[in-house]
Design a protein around this ligand. Structure first.
Ligand SMILES: Nc1nc2c(ncn2[C@@H]2O[C@H](COP(=O)(O)OP(=O)(O)OP(=O)(O)O)[C@@H](O)[C@H]2O)c(=O)[nH]1
Ligand SMILES: [Mg+2]
Length: 285
């Protein structure tokens, strides 16, 4: 039975955690809060709301560094990343899990698929995000409908293939591009992003947008990834068992979708979810 780790990066989110942690469906294997050296009561509040929560101090600075710390600490088969400010809905976790157990390697949220949406994005951010989406389609193939969004889920075994090294909000861009470069099977899941409940976000449109842009170009022109592991068969509309043609010594684990049921509480919710036909991204490398 695949187990699920939920990673929650949090920096001074004490006021928001009651809008997030209690909404995480029962049946997940662990919840890891990656603390960004919060100076408020984030840790105490998290422990009160969820006594079994694992608290990990992030290494380095920024949301990207926090997520990388969280991914390294996760012990589940599936990793789901959500925000601590109430923007991402924990009720959607089963939908992401379903996309993975249906055959995707990586399930990325999209606010711009039918059924998704956002009340957290001013127009200029929507336009910037769309421009980046089209650049990524042009450079890397696939047909993403969203890019700079922090709600994704994937099999934990995907993590070492991604060789992530970004520190800031551009980590999501790095992840979303690298799964394409690796030729992994990607599904998009419609997702609704709410406004953060309390406080102000740390994302700054111009500097962080610039970091995203630099990341896209670096992926296009500079970064060499380690040995490529290429799926030769991805089955119907991404639902199938990706078989890896070349088993690189660095990634000795063949990708077999762990079929079977997740925890019954999640499974029951996932069954109610009618998957939108997976948007499968074609690999380019
Ligand atoms: N551990 C850690 N978490 C962070 C850091 N920066 C942001 N986060 C968390 O990452 C999530 C998303 O960050 P936000 O600041 O809300 O960014 P955003 O959602 O793009 O911005 P808003 O729309 O204004 O909320 C939240 O849960 C933050 O607490 C950081 O440096 N360290
Ligand atoms: Mg936010």
């Amino acid at each position: 039975m695949p187990t699920i780790s939920v990673i929650v990066p949090a920096m001074n989110e004490a006021q928001n955690l009651s809008h997030v942690l209690p909404r995480i469906p029962r049946g997940v294997h662990e919840v890891i809060l990656v603390d960004g050296h919060s100076t408020d009561d984030t840790i105490a509040v998290a422990q009160r709301l969820m006594p079994e929560i694992r608290i990990v101090q992030q290494q380095g600075r920024g949301k990207g560094a926090a997520l990388r710390t969280g991914f390294a600490a996760a012990s589940g088969d599936i990793i789901v990343m959500i925000d601590a400010d109430g923007s991402t809905a924990p009720e959607e976790i089963p939908a992401y899990v379903r996309a993975l157990t249906d055959g995707a390697d990586y399930a990325k949220g999209s606010r711009f698929l039918p059924g998704g949406g956002t009340s957290d994005m001013p127009l200029h951010r929507k336009l910037g995000n769309m421009a980046f989406v089209y650049m990524v389609r042009l450079f890397f193939g696939g047909h993403y409908t969203d890019l700079c969004y922090g709600y994704n889920a994937f099999w934990a075994r995907v993590v070492p293939m991604l060789e992530l090294d970004r520190d800031g909000f551009e980590i999501e861009t790095e992840m979303n591009i690298r799964v394409l470069r690796r030729g992994l099977t990607v599904a998009e899941v419609p997702s609704f992003e709410s406004a953060r409940v309390y406080g102000v976000g740390r994302l700054r449109t111009i500097p962080d947008g610039w970091r995203v842009l630099k990341t896209i170009f670096r992926e296009r022109f500079q970064t060499q990834l380690g040995p490529v592991v290429r799926p030769v068969a991805t089955g119907l509309a991404g639902v199938g068992t990706p078989v890896m043609a070349d088993r690189s010594p660095r990634f000795p684990i063949a990708f077999e979708i762990l079929r079977g049921e997740v925890a019954p509480e999640i499974q029951a919710l996932a069954e109610e979810y009618e998957p939108v036909p997976a948007r499968v991204a074609a690999g380019t490398e």
